[in-house]
Write a protein that binds this ligand. Structure first.
Ligand code: 572
Ligand code: ZN
Length: 362
């Protein structure tokens, strides 16, 4: 009997099908041992796992920067599930609780953790960042204090989407978006779109978003972008900045780059109002050539974003209250057994894919 079809009481954790990346384009679906929760951990029957750009990057390139897949690694970090077992010291969760899994477990003791900026932890263990396994599998153990219990009406799909949503929340909070802010978002991929949704929920007045792909801009419009701008790699940044100013009838106080390309970062700096803020979320090349001094002379603050910290509870509250709706992002769903197909869809963007979601126990 499979674990899923048994009752809670007699659940046997004997099938732990997992999506394991061995090397470039070698992603295998294989059975692994069901892990035992440590004293501070819970065992989660995985429900939904979204495919992130970084998962696809490891699949295609086998590495991101110095993080190299040099031994088999389970992929996936945008996830949710149901608690099936708790370690003896766990007090915040019980069997049957539905949870969103915050994938980065920080050390809790370094200076960054103590200051609250635990995303900057020097000993971070982040799912599906080599050598740490991710959780695109049937059963997975995680620190209980990085699992967020869901209200009954928040779905497990929404819970998995709290991960990218937290990136957008962190970006908008770092940017200081508030009621009336005019925002320029560069890139309408999943992160650009969650940033758009968040900026709207925070009261941004006018939001303009750019991309090179038409259908992403169409979705951005549906999600409430006031203006969309189709860009081409060969476009002149000064001309594009002028078009953005013309559409807005002014200059954006906040620009959030969600693409990581040198050309978009340059455009962002060019377009941002003096005294404004430019946020870099997208991680592209390690080094880019930008007119830094020109930006400094106009007092444009350039701020980085590294994942998120203390954003999951806010993201969950926003979804639970209905102020934020992330469901439109899901364009494709697959079963765990069909993970390779799911990755190919995410890689190619076939069928206008935005967020590809995998069901781990269906
Ligand atoms: O959902 C969090 C997330 N973070 C990403 C990418 C995708 N999803 N980052 C970009 C890559 N970096 S990294 O520092 N690294 C591989 C650890 O280059 C982390 C943040
Ligand atoms: Zn991610």
């Amino acid at each position: 009997m499979s674990a899923k079809s048994s009752t809670n009481h007699e659940e046997k954790f004997d099938d732990n099908l997992s999506a394991v990346l061995y090397k470039i384009k070698d992603l295998r679906i294989e059975n692994k041992k069901v892990p035992e929760p440590k004293d501070n951990e819970v065992l989660v029957r995985m429900a939904c796992v979204g495919i992130c750009g970084s998962d696809v990057h490891y699949y295609v390139h086998g590495r991101i920067a110095d993080f190299i897949v040099d031994s088999p690694m389970v992929v996936g970090h945008e996830s949710s599930g149901v608690v099936v077992k708790v370690g003896k010291d766990v007090t915040n969760l019980k069997q049957g609780d539905r949870v969103a899994i915050e994938p980065g477990v920080s050390c809790r003791t370094c200076t960054f953790c103590k200051e609250g900026s635990y995303n900057l932890c020097i000993n971070m263990k982040f799912c599906a960042t080599p050598p740490i396994d991710g959780n695109l599998c049937r059963y997975y153990t995680h620190a209980a204090d990085f699992c967020h219990k869901l209200p009954d009406h928040v779905t497990l799909e929404e819970a998995a989407l709290l991960e990218p949503l937290s990136v957008g929340m962190h970006a908008c909070r770092r940017a200081g978006v508030h009621i009336g802010t005019t925002v320029l978002i560069l890139g309408a991929g999943p992160i650009g779109l969650v940033t758009l949704i968040t900026a709207k929920a925070m009261g941004a007045n006018k939001i303009i978003i750019t991309d090179i792909v038409d259908h992403r801009l169409k979705v951005a419009k549906e999600l409430g972008a006031d203006f969309v701008v189709k860009v081409n790699p060969e476009d002149n940044e000064k001309v594009l900045a002028q078009r953005i100013h013309d559409l807005l009838g002014g200059l954006p106080e906040v620009t959030i780059d969600c693409s990581g390309f040198q050309a978009t970062i340059r455009l962002g700096l060019e377009a941002t109002k003096s005294g404004g803020v430019m946020i870099l979320v997208g991680m592209g090349a390690n080094e880019v050539t930008i007119p830094l001094i020109e930006a400094a002379c106009r007092e444009v603050d350039i701020r980085g974003v590294f994942r998120y910290a203390n954003d999951y509870p806010i993201a969950l509250a926003m979804v639970a209250s209905g102020r934020v709706n992330v469901k439109r992002l899901i364009t494709h769903v697959y079963k765990l057994e069909d993970t390779v197909e799911a990755f190919e869809t995410a890689r190619t963007g076939a069928g206008n894919a935005i967020k590809v979601m995998i069901y781990c126990n269906t």
